[in-house]
Design a protein around this ligand. Structure first.
Ligand code: PGA
Length: 248
C-alpha cells in the first residue's frame, strides 16, 4: 500500500512570521493524521518552518535546488545547503519553473539525481499544456517528461521519487481535471514506469495530482485507484482548507 502524501506548495508567498503561525495552527489540527504532510516553503521560510515543525508530523520541503554541490552560481541554493538545515523534500521541475525559469527535462534530471545524492526526496512535476492536451498529446508529453526525469536513477531511487502530475491548464485556474481524467493520466505515468523498470517498482511510486485541488474536490480525487495524494498550491495557504484536504 502506498502512503498518501499531501504536499503544500506555497510558491512565493508567506513571510516567516506567517509561516510560523501557519505551522503552529496546522500541527495542532493534524497531530493524529496518518498521511505524510509536507510543506514546500520559500527559502526564507525554511529555517523558521523547520524549527516550528520540530516534534510535529509536518515535514518541510524546498521548491527548487541547483544540481551542483557549490560554486559560482549566484542566487542558487544547493542540495547540501538544504540538507544541512534539515530539509527533507524538494519540488523539482514545477511547471512555473519550466515556463518562467527555463527549466528543461535535462536540468530536471540533473536536479533529481542531485537531490538523491544529497539525501533529499524529490517531488518531480510533470504535466501538459492546454494546447498539448487539445492536440491529443497528453500521454506522450507526460510519459516522456517522467522517463527523462528518472533517467539514470537506480531502483531504490525510482521507488522513492514522488511524481506530481499537474496539468498546466489546471494550475491556479480553478479548473481541476476530473478525477477520472487525472487518474487515467496517472495510470499512464505508472504504466510507463512499469514498462521501463517493472511492475514491482511502478507499484511503489507515489504519484500525486496537482492543479486547483481544494477541500471540495480532494475526496473524489483520492477515491481513485492511482492518485496517491495531492500537491496543493493556492489552497495550501489557508490552514482550514488545507486541513480539510488532508482529512480527504
Ligand atoms: P494550485 O497550484 O493548487 O494553486 O492550482 C498547484 C501547484 O502549482 O502545485
Amino acid at each position: 500500500m502506498r502512503k498518501r502524501v499531501i504536499a503544500g506548495n506555497w510558491k512565493m508567498n508567506m513571510l516567516p512570521n506567517e509561516a510560523i503561525s501557519f505551522i503552529e495552527q496546522l500541527s495542532n489540527k493534524v497531530a493524529d493524521a496518518k498521511e505524510e504532510i509536507v510543506l514546500c516553503v520559500p527559502y526564507t521560510d525554511l529555517f523558521y518552518s523547520l524549527l516550528t515543525a520540530q516534534n510535529t508530523n509536518i515535514k518541510i520541503g524546498a521548491q527548487n535546488m541547483h544540481w551542483e554541490e557549490n560554486g559560482a552560481y549566484t542566487g542558487e541554493v544547493s542540495g547540501p545547503m538544504l540538507k544541512s538545515i534539515g530539509v527533507q523534500y524538494v519540488i523539482i521541475g514545477h511547471s512555473e519553473r519550466r515556463q518562467y525559469f527555463a527549466e528543461t527535462d535535462d536540468t530536471v534530471n540533473k536536479k533529481v539525481k542531485s537531490a538523491f545524492k544529497y539525501g533529499l526526496k524529490p517531488i518531480v512535476c510533470v504535466g501538459e499544456t492546454l494546447e498539448q492536451r487539445e492536440a491529443g498529446n497528453t500521454k506522450e508529453i507526460i510519459t516522456k517528461q517522467t522517463q527523462l526525469a528518472l533517467d539514470g536513477l537506480n531502483a531504490n531511487e525510482i521507488e522513492n521519487t514522488i511524481i506530481a502530475y499537474e496539468p498546466i491548464w489546471a494550475i491556479g485556474t480553478g479548473k481541476t481535471a476530473t478525477s477520472e481524467d487525472a487518474n487515467n493520466s496517472i495510470k499512464e505515468i505508472r504504466n510507463k514506469i512499469k514498462e521501463i523498470y517493472g511492475e514491482e517498482i511502478s507499484e511503489k511510486v507515489v504519484i500525486l495530482y496537482g492543479g486547483s485541488v481544494k477541500a471540495s474536490n480532494a475526496k473524489e480525487l483520492f477515491m481513485t485507484s492511482d492518485i496517491d495524494g495531492a500537491l496543493v498550491g493556492g489552497a495550501s495557504l489557508n490552514v482550514e482548507e488545507f486541513t480539510k484536504i488532508i482529512a480527504g
